[in-house]
Design a protein around this ligand. Sequence first.
Ligand SMILES: C=C1C[C@]23C[C@@]1(O)CC[C@H]2[C@@]12CC[C@H](O)[C@@](C)(C(=O)O1)[C@H]2[C@@H]3C(=O)O
Ligand SMILES: O=C(O)CCC(=O)C(=O)O
Ligand SMILES: [Fe+2]
Length: 333
Amino acid sequence: MVVSSAIPFRSKKTRALGIPIIDLSLDRSQLSEQIVKASEEYGFFKVVNHGVSADVISRTETEGSEFFSKSLLEKQRAGPATPFGYGCKNIGFNGDKGELEYILLEANPQSISETSKSISNNFSCTVNVYVQAVKDLACEILDLVAEGLRVKDKSIFSKLIKDVNSDSCFRINHYPPIRTTDSSVPNLFDEQYSCNVKPTHIGFGEHSDPQILTILRSNDVGGLQICSRDGLWIPIPPDSNQFFVFVGDALQALTNGRLVSVRHRVLANHVKTRMSMMYFGAPPLDACLSPIPQMISSQNPRLYRHFTWGEYKNAVYSLRLADHRLDLFKNQP
Ligand SMILES: C=C1C[C@]23C[C@@]1(O)CC[C@H]2[C@@]12CC[C@H](O)[C@@](C)(C(=O)O1)[C@H]2[C@@H]3C(=O)O
Ligand SMILES: O=C(O)CCC(=O)C(=O)O
Ligand SMILES: [Fe+2]
């Protein structure tokens, strides 16, 4: 596993640390082991040589930028985020706020074209091609996860997001620079690492992603941080040519806690606009998220009870962004 060089960050609660980088051109047996190791230790890694065309990525970025450059009224025609549609500063339904605007779409061609009606045909086609490409990447990674865990059915995880009824979604977040009039907030910005020196504004608050796997791509503006197992925040330098992968709560449950969903957040940038695009791979609503039998043994007793993605999603939307919702589904001894 290639580990990136140390990332300095001037805050007591963050520390310098490398994050795993997975080269998808390596041979399968090496790859599957590296992916499982990274998913156990961090629940997060960067993938390089991912095979997604640079043109597909840049066209989607252009469509996203064009959408956010429209007037508020025009953007609102994509519908209020209930949860799908255009949202500004409000995240979810329970009072969470962030310094961003976003568009959240169901990740299937019919819904994308329906929600995109008020935007453009180009937006719809481009987003569809992008979503298909990152979905294929997510499936490939999930097959490698199954191989690395030595599970017989290699498609045990990927088939959940390949299912026609998969509840996957796609989100574009747009974080404008913070224009502060508060002189106590220094407009410090570390160009070298593209992150705020003093994190004073939350772009997107601390949380874990509820789904199986998230594939994130951002422009060259930083702000993303992941929380290490010992509770320290690690700034992730942006890389617009590569993808970052997050293990979600559903994969943590399916693997009986062996792979961990990673808590992360985005700090607002004082100077530049960050734009990120996330594909959240999710199962169908009626899919069971109980730990797969291969992950349960006398040394590793069942951690979570039987529950469906639909039940979990209801819990997700009834709670706050930062809540530890998977704890509600722990097995009673
Ligand atoms: C505050 C909320 C927004 C969110 C649903 C929730 O009640 C808690 C989880 C949030 C989250 C985080 C990851 C994804 O961005 C998201 C789409 C998801 O599935 O869970 C968002 C939800 C949202 O913005 O609707
Ligand atoms: O915008 C980002 O970089 C990450 C946002 C995020 O974590 C999310 O939308 O779930
Ligand atoms: Fe997230």
